[in-house]
Ligand binder design. Structure first.
Ligand code: ARG
Length: 265
């Protein structure tokens, strides 16, 4: 995770971002601290990336890489304004002994890629380039399931789909192109289907450790569905981050273990 010390909405690179709308950085910091404390209370270890001035979106650590075991695919941001985040992630990961593969196609890390127990669900349409999917398959030696995003409000895969455990996902079907929708319905017949209201508070931008599902406090019906499916919903309010189009998951880059669907944030 990366503290939102420099969090702001100064440019607009997704439809959620309005530089004219004020952002309360102190509130963002307090909400972020609660999220971090929540992970620690649940028994997870949180590593911190040093926040850099001039990078107001750096709090969205999920975009910095995709990591499974001791391999990572580094990010290559679509927008110049976020480009300098990638080397910061690379340096941190290399510092803890994780090998970072240099990407050639645009990819925004775990924003578009989800580790789903041995396979990788990979979004494209707004940010990551479909060519990044081949790089993923090569680096992780895992099957990659390409999914096409079609609604600009759900511009990263992690805004429209959450992996809860190796067999369970929650998602918002209208965010996907018809062929991707059909594919997901076939792969995950028991999936939790989110309401539009819950998708619009980025309720699907959630982090699951296979047991607890940390999600936006505003996603009330989703929390009920998650509980009904046997998980424990853990609501956290990160409404200030929503002004930049981010939420719980965006603020969290997970270090996945190769043998599980979920691992410690
Ligand atoms: N303002 C950021 C951007 O548009 C938000 C990133 C959200 N991250 C995510 N994993 N969905 O790039």
């Amino acid at each position: 995770m990366c503290r939102p010390d420099h969090f702001a909405v100064r440019y607009s690179i997704n439809v959620w971002m309005d530089p004219d709308q004020p952002v309360d950085r102190d509130l963002a910091l307090a909400q972020w601290e609660t999220l971090r404390a929540t992970y620690e209370r649940l028994g997870h270890r949180v590593h911190l990336l040093h926040p850099l001035t001039g990078l107001p979106d750096m709090v969205f650590a999920a975009n910095g890489a995709f990591v499974v075991g001791d391999h990572a695919l580094g990010a290559r941001f679509r927008e110049r304004v976020r480009a300098d985040e990638a080397p910061a992630h690379r340096a941190w990961l290399e510092g803890v002994g994780i090998g970072v593969h240099e990407p050639s196609a645009v990819n925004e890390g775990e924003g578009d890629f989800a580790w789903a127990g041995g396979r990788i669900l990979a979004g494209a349409g707004f940010r990551s380039d479909p060519a990044a999917h081949d790089e993923l398959a090569a680096v992780f030696d895992a099957p990659v399931v390409p999914l096409e995003l079609v609604d600009p409000r759900f511009y990263h895969l992690d805004t429209a789909l959450a992996v809860l455990d190796r067999d369970t996902i929650a998602y918002y079907p209208p965010a996907f192109a018809p062929a991707s929708r059909d594919l997901l319905a076939r792969m995950y017949p028991e999936a939790i289907v989110a309401t539009e209201a819950d998708a619009l508070v980025l309720g699907l931008n959630a982090v699951s450790d296979g047991r607890h599902v940390v999600l936006a406090a505003q996603a009330v019906e989703l929390a009920v569905a998650v509980a009904r499916a046997g998980f424990e919903p853990i609501p956290v309010d990160v409404c200030e981050l929503l002004k930049a189009g981010g939420g719980v998951k965006c603020a969290t880059l997970e270090l996945h273990h190769p043998n599980t669907a979920e691992e410690q944030p």
